[in-house]
Ligand binder design. Sequence first.
Ligand SMILES: [Zn+2]
Ligand SMILES: [Zn+2]
Length: 666
Amino acid sequence: MSKFAEVAIALPVDRVFHYAIPEELQADMAVGKRVFVPFGPRALVGYVVGLTGTADVKDVKEVRSIIDKEPILTEEMLKLARWMGRTYFCSWGEAIEAIIPAGIKKGKVELGTRLKKMAVKAAEFPPSTPHVLNEEQSRALKSIVECIDRKEYGTFLLYGITASGKTEVYLQAIEHVLKAGRQAIVLVPEISLTPQTVERFVSRFGHKVAVLHSGLTPAKRFLEWKKIRDGKAVIAVGARSAIFSPMKNIGVIIVDEEHETSYKQDDVPRYHARDVAEERARLNSCPLILGSATPSLESYYKAKKGDYKLIKLTKRIDERLLPKVKIVDMRMELATRKRLAIFSKVLLDALDRTLKNGKQAMIFLNRRGFSTFLNCKKCGFVMKCKRCDTALVYHFEERKLLCHYCNYKMEPPDICPNCKSSYVRYFGLGTEKVESEISHAFPHSHIARMDSDTTAKSGSHDKILGDFRTGDTNLLVGTQMIAKGHDFPAVTLVGVVSADVSLNVPDFRASERTFNLLTQVGGRAGRGEDGGEVIVQTYAPGHYSILAAAKHDYEKFYEEEIVARKELLYPPFINLVKLTVRARNDDLAARTAQRLAQAIAAETKTMAVTGPAPAPIARMRGYFRYNILVKGKDRAEMCELLKKVLGKFGKPAHVLIAVDVDPIAM
Ligand SMILES: [Zn+2]
Ligand SMILES: [Zn+2]
């Protein structure tokens, strides 16, 4: 008989704790249940991860009580959580806490009680039946189905251009899985968790689908979770955290739009849902399908190497043509019109034409908080760090240009080092400015603006889009918010004010983001029968990510980008871990970061340490922040080393250190 329980606790302590099981609790004790245990002066909720006959300490304390009648975690989920702890630099308990729904975290809710009364809304969507697949789709489905039947793990990268029918392949793979009595998880980015997406799944599978999105209250989320656990729902469709759905016999996992950055969580544990999905597929011996029209460099690289099976869908279902993309060289605007303008003549003319034809246009302005890079409006030259190949950021307080990777600093030049012109300017444009310029040029148009300011009030988001849909407004100006998912058939023109902003974000993924963004924005034009036109303004018309996006040529983009990544040693060729040191005192933060970087470097020969450098947003909520980047070959080995270094690092009080494995932003 096991006399002791091994308990994981959601604290940043990398170990399990032993507790004696009192006589009266012996019969009820089981792995996967929650227990109340004494911890210092407090009683905490812990998770039973194992039972053992011997304890690792002498005067072992007793479990106070058992919370659950039935285990809330399966062995598989416990294994998954442990893997997360090792991979993402958190404790087993913290990982467990992340995978169970908030509704049961408090240790109060007893499974199977009062929540039963809350009815789930019945399916409101008309039923649909499987479509006939074209040859490409059939072939894709066949190899996935074979993998399902063999009960084997395997990752498929389903790379299909927009409207090539990826979803129908997902649906039929799921159908096959259900027939075999197994279950399915489908991840979609939060932003695409719209009624249209949900409809595809609910129409086909009705009440068998549980939908998990961030809008659910903890109680509702818990109800959906329970539906899945009890086997009443066999398909989970949801955002990031749906990967933790309590299924017991998973037959397929699907991650749609796998390149989306929203799959990465930015709190502890800082996991990437795509990677967790891969581990879960492995634990369940089932296929993982990653779908995208613009796969992440990491995934496409693995597919090319043969780690993933690459399936291509190259034909559009409705044979609709991709929109024509025109690149406008903004350097020419300065040369011919002798002034710095926001809008090119080409874009103004196209807008005029569109409005006269009674059609609609979208004007897209990519803005990311700190777009203070320096560029020459005459030749397009951008000041970059020679070592890191990312744009230098202008810091107003210091009046210096600074590299956010390696901390290289320089005085901003007054004249362009490339062409000697004096048209060197800081980049920075707001949606408001764009809106006012445009209303000046087109006084009779009805303009709506959509950004974080205009959508702050609840309901305003839907109102802006609703007015545009009905045609009450005919020009929509906005940030990345308007880039995704919306289908407006009357939009025939999409204008991108400046592709340079995303291209010069100080991030090694800037080119990839730009390519994805332009592809996505371009996809907004010509959803209707009239076709569409996309106009992209830029000071870097020769940049491969812009050229490839204009030609809808992912392969071309990949070939160029992968070379750059290899040369400068960025993922997928190495793994990155970012350590952020922050404190309210700038000097203290800087000194601690410096000391930490040295401590890490002293401990390793195989990993490269860069920085510390101020974070791109150097000061946030009163904290001064410094980043250290560690590059290495093996993620687990890197975590191991960092745990060791941080374990003996004398961290001053009032300094916080965050560790982010595979960071997606600096
Ligand atoms: Zn120049
Ligand atoms: Zn640098």
